[in-house]
Design a protein around this ligand. Structure first.
Ligand code: SF4
Ligand code: SF4
Length: 314
């Protein structure tokens, strides 16, 4: 039986933008931690608008997949029986989000469900109280035991048109805190959403450590700076992983200068390696698909350094 390091850690894997290897790194680190007999590990995908950790770590069996619905989004409902067809809602432009249009035939307003932000303006402004606000389904929380060595995986999925991705991330994090399989884990690897918006802020809050993954390109550096800005707001220690660190580009020197000047911790670099997309196409973490590939060897070194950072152990 695996035994803990006494100190449980929630570690986020973040990037300023998508497509830089965040999910692939999270899956591989989870697999390596699972092989490590001193650790229990689980994974949490907080990229609720585009969760794809489940693609690399699908369920062991579909029968074990559990789904919980989350209701957190407000949407307007139109009550036709109360409407006096005065058209004020359109002419006075009640809706800043252009979710109200006029039905000429019926002489009533219609609500564009996807555009409605649930701001309540129509409810407050209509003289006949012909609008109500309701809480509707905003997404789902899905949990299962993955095929990847039986590692527990939990992720959130936003419903189309939901305006509350950040809230879903908070609900997701609260949900996993109550799960037996997560309560007892030593390491929870959190695959974060890209960007710097509400879902990222909800993800970063309360983490013990953050890995920011980037590429040595102009857009990579630009997005890395944004990700670091968010993490520093929370005073959370972080380290950088440079994906495709060996690509030849005129920007390499500038990127390396930035790292040297800022003194940020670099946990490691992953070389360009076709094993990574190949492994993804087979839905397997690259460290399991091609354990001796250059990328897998680099990720193993990153995992070893991460353990030293988290627990001062090797
Ligand atoms: S919904 Fe209200 S404001 Fe709009 S037409 Fe009907 S009564 Fe007038
Ligand atoms: S709740 Fe706000 S966003 Fe939705 S239809 Fe009414 S005014 Fe527009």
């Amino acid at each position: 039986m695996k035994n803990a390091k006494n100190s449980k850690k929630w570690v986020g894997v973040l990037s300023g933008k998508g497509g830089v290897g965040k999910t692939s790194l999270a899956a591989s680190l989870a697999s390596l931690a699972n092989e490590d007999h001193s650790l229990n590990v689980a994974v949490l995908d907080c990229d609720v608008d585009a969760p794809n950790l489940a693609i690399i770590m699908p369920p062991r069996t579909e029968n074990e997949v559990k789904t919980k619905e989350v209701f957190a989004t407000m949407k307007a409902e139109f009550l036709e029986m109360k409407c006096t067809h005065c058209k004020q809602c359109i002419e006075a432009h009640f809706c800043e989000f252009n979710a109200l249009t006029w039905n000429e035939e019926k002489e009533i307003p219609e609500i564009d469900y996807l555009a409605c932000e649930g701001c309540s303006a129509c409810k407050v402004l209509c003289p006949e109280h012909a609008f109500e606000l309701h809480v509707v389904k905003s997404g789902e929380i899905i949990s299962y035991i993955s095929k990847a060595k039986g590692i527990p995986l939990v992720y959130g999925k936003t419903k189309l048109g939901s305006t509350t991705s950040g809230k879903l991330v908070s609900d997701l994090k609260n949900f996993v805190k109550e799960m037996e399989s997560i309560k007892n884990c030593d390491l929870l690897l959190v695959d974060g959403p890209p960007g710097i918006g509400c879902p990222v802020i909800a993800t970063v809050s309360g983490l013990d450590y953050v890995i920011t993954i980037t590429e040595p390109t102009p857009s990579g550096l630009h997005d890395l700076l944004r990700a670091i800005e968010v993490v520093q707001q929370f005073n959370i220690p972080f380290g950088i992983v440079i994906n495709k660190h060996d690509i030849q580009s005129s920007f390499q020197q500038r990127f390396q200068d930035f790292i040297k000047e800022t003194g940020h911790v670099v946990i490691g670099g992953i070389p360009f390696d076709l094993s990574v997309p190949e492994a993804m196409s087979f839905s397997i973490p690259v460290v399991d698909y091609a354990p001796n590939s250059p990328a897998s060897r680099a990720i193993r070194e990153i995992y070893t350094k991460l353990k030293v950072i988290l627990w001062n152990s090797s």
